[in-house]
Design a protein. Structure first.
Length: 171
């Protein structure tokens, strides 16, 4: 009976919260380490295209937590339910695309705001969005909630693509 109860509450587990916290620390940490974006904003005069930087930082923190939480759910599901080989392979494949998406999105901020490498930043966030979509596809066979989070994250990344592309076109 206790095993049954834990499987029902698998959506809310401490391992997923820890994974979400670690991911949000990585996202926000990359912003803090990179430095201030305001020089780029003033140089290219893009204050009217970008959302306020406090909102950008807040959304980065929230998405970091959510995608980390989704990864924690997948790991929890794979470990606790002794997933059969097909689901386990999907978890690993999705995990690889998840890590690639994290890496390329974390790379976007310093490239875009600090390095002012707009085209490379655009490519970086495009790769991140594509990897997030592929990750959501693989994880759809394991956990619906994690899939919804990754698909929503992919939409947010496409918004970042739109913002980045708008700034490139304007300049």
């Amino acid at each position: 009976m206790a095993l049954n109860l834990s499987s029902r509450n698998s959506l809310f587990n401490s391992f997923s919260v820890i994974c979400g916290t670690i991911c949000s620390i990585f996202f926000v940490g990359s912003m803090i380490i990179s430095g201030s974006p305001f020089e780029m904003i003033h140089k290219f005069n893009v204050g009217n295209i970008l959302p306020p930087m406090w909102l950008w930082g807040f959304l980065t923190f929230i998405w970091g937590f959510l995608v980390g939480y989704a990864a924690g759910l997948i790991i929890f599901e794979s470990v606790s339910h002794k997933a059969h080989s097909e689901r386990e392979v999907c978890a690993y494949k999705g995990g690889l695309f998840f890590l690639a998406s994290l890496f390329f999105f974390i790379l976007h901020y310093p490239l875009f705001f600090v390095g002012e490498k707009l085209f490379i930043a655009l490519l970086s966030v495009l790769v991140a969005a594509a990897c997030a979509c592929i990750c959501a596809f693989f994880w759809s066979r394991i956990a619906a909630f994690a899939t919804v989070i990754m698909a929503s994250y992919a939409f947010w990344l496409f918004y970042v693509v739109f913002v980045t592309l708008s700034i490139i076109v304007q300049n």
